[in-house]
Design a protein around this ligand. Structure first.
Ligand code: ZN
Length: 197
């Protein structure tokens, strides 16, 4: 009778030892995680990291809804002598680089909200690629160069690149534009199209 009891007790002791080892290992791991977490409290969080590395693929847009739903419809088209033109502002060519291929200065004309986002993006571009500059190839369009309903006609859209070109650059530029707070960002192909409400 004694031997089986002793054997059972021995099995139980072994079992208890392994449970207690498991508990202490788990505690150590948990403490380790907590310690690591408190050591890294100044490091960017996971979501910040994701934001910092965000990119768009060609033909991809963000948010994943139509431009009309994100930035609103065109409404009234703005011409140089219309009432709406008075509400538009000019981008500062010392702060932003404009292509101005029309030579009329129309690419410098835009809504205040668009200019504010472009200024923010310009700073993000300079931080991301020291020495590089944000280039605006199109903003307000008074010459009917875009499709019907385009927000370029209201100075609420811009086409952008950087001073150095390349698909990797544009992909990341689109990510930076999302971080700069444009209401809709589209990696269109040879440039990134951005628009605001
Ligand atoms: Zn465009």
């Amino acid at each position: 009778m004694r031997t089986p009891f002793r054997a059972r007790a021995a099995v139980l002791t072994t079992h208890l030892r392994s449970v207690s080892r498991l508990v202490s290992v788990s505690c150590a791991l948990l403490l380790g995680v907590l310690a690591c977490d408190s050591f890294d409290s100044d490091a960017p969080s996971l979501s910040q990291n994701r934001e910092q590395q965000r990119r768009l693929l060609p033909r991809q847009f963000f948010p994943a809804i139509s431009e009309k739903d994100a930035s609103g419809a065109l409404g009234v088209r703005i011409s140089r002598n219309s009432e709406g033109f008075k509400r538009l502002v000019r981008g500062d060519p010392t702060e932003l680089v404009f292509k101005d291929e029309e030579g009329t200065g129309e690419d410098l004309v835009m809504s205040p909200r668009l200019r504010e986002r472009l200024m923010r993006l310009s700073k993000l571009v300079e931080t991301e690629w020291p020495g590089a500059q944000l280039r605006i190839t199109e903003a307000w369009d008074e010459q009917n160069e875009h499709g019907p309903g385009s927000l370029h006609y209201a100075g609420r859209a811009a086409d952008i690149t950087t001073s150095e070109l390349g698909s990797s650059r544009l992909s990341r530029l689109a990510g930076l534009a999302i971080a700069a707070g444009f209401d809709w960002v589209y990696y269109e192909g040879s440039h990134v199209h951005v628009s605001v409400k």
